[in-house]
Design a protein around this ligand. Structure first.
Ligand code: ADP
Length: 266
């Protein structure tokens, strides 16, 4: 992989994850109390939309620092709702969503930007600014958080190197392939050194080969110490990688396996 320039390392992994245990990681965390330093914790979370639609029911989830989690489930299972609760686009009807120990629904309005800076979000349709170059799109994420100007250039160069787009920095989104646009979006999500990257169907618009590259990139970013949560329909990728799989079904956690497949086997 392309190494980050020295002197500006991402936060190192504080907790190396061991080989898969027979029990699920969720169970292990609950048993030894490791949830106390979880990056993300959902406690008995339910969400009912104003139209009466129940999207999540009594969801408990612990994502420890350094974890890489696939969130799977059929359409309508509640995946997007769960992600929207984390970024505080929606509020839970019951229960708590804790990011780094902080209840996202209870932070005062003035601290919402602080909470958002702990998150990097990647969407299926990239959501790049069409009139800005790759460099400007990534820099913009720092400009809006008031980062001093002289720190922006080096930070942008660092993440463009990580995602392998150093040579495309001055290109507009229309001059990029879909995979390159998604790499730009990942660089933008990474540039403020988030605690958690959330990706909502990040490969939904990409062909299989490019999808693999994007997932591999997210895995490399995870190896740099960033916790990653990926909602996906890509069964082959999920099954092949044998990472933690949390499966939602009709708003409930149907499965949480430390080294899972997309579908339950056997
Ligand atoms: P997924 O991402 O797994 O497809 P969603 O979280 O989008 O699932 O949807 C879960 C359930 O909540 C579905 O029944 C869906 O119709 C419903 N839902 C999602 N968003 C809204 C909304 N804004 N208003 C009302 N119902 C919604």
């Amino acid at each position: 992989m392309t190494a980050a320039p020295t002197g500006t390392p991402l936060r190192p992994l504080t907790r190396r994850l061991g080989p898969a245990a027979p029990e699920t990681r969720h169970q292990a965390a609950a048993r030894d109390g490791a949830g106390s330093n979880a990056v993300l914790r959902l406690e008995d979370v339910s969400k009912t939309y104003p139209n009466g639609r129940s999207a999540l029911r009594n969801v408990d989830l612990i994502v420890p620092e350094g974890d890489f989690v696939f969130l799977v489930g059929p359409s309508g299972a509640g995946k997007s709702t769960l992600l929207r609760l984390i970024v505080r686009d929606e509020l839970a009807t019951n229960g708590r969503v804790l990011l780094d120990g902080e209840d996202v629904a209870r932070v005062p309005r003035s601290r919402v930007p602080h909470i958002r800076r702990k998150l990097g979000v990647v969407f299926q349709d990239y959501k790049l600014l069409p009139r800005k170059t790759v460099r400007e799109n990534v820099a913009f994420a720092l400009e809006v958080t008031g980062t001093p100007h002289k720190r922006i250039g080096p930070a942008v160069d660092r993440v463009l190197a990580i995602v392998g787009l150093g040579g495309h920095a001055e290109h507009l989104p229309t001059q990029l392939s879909g995979g390159e646009q998604q790499r730009t979006a990942i660089a933008r999500a990474l540039v403020h050194d988030p605690r958690l990257i959330i990706a909502d169907e990040p490969t939904g618009n990409l062909d299989p080969l490019i999808s693999w590259e994007i997932i591999q990139l997210l895995l490399r970013i995870n190896e740099l110490g960033v916790t990653v949560l990926v909602a996906t329909h890509q069964a082959d990728v999920v099954t092949a990688l044998r990472r933690r799989v949390v499966a939602l079904d009709e708003g409930r956690i149907a499965r949480d396996e430390a080294t899972g497949a997309y579908h339950r086997e056997g």
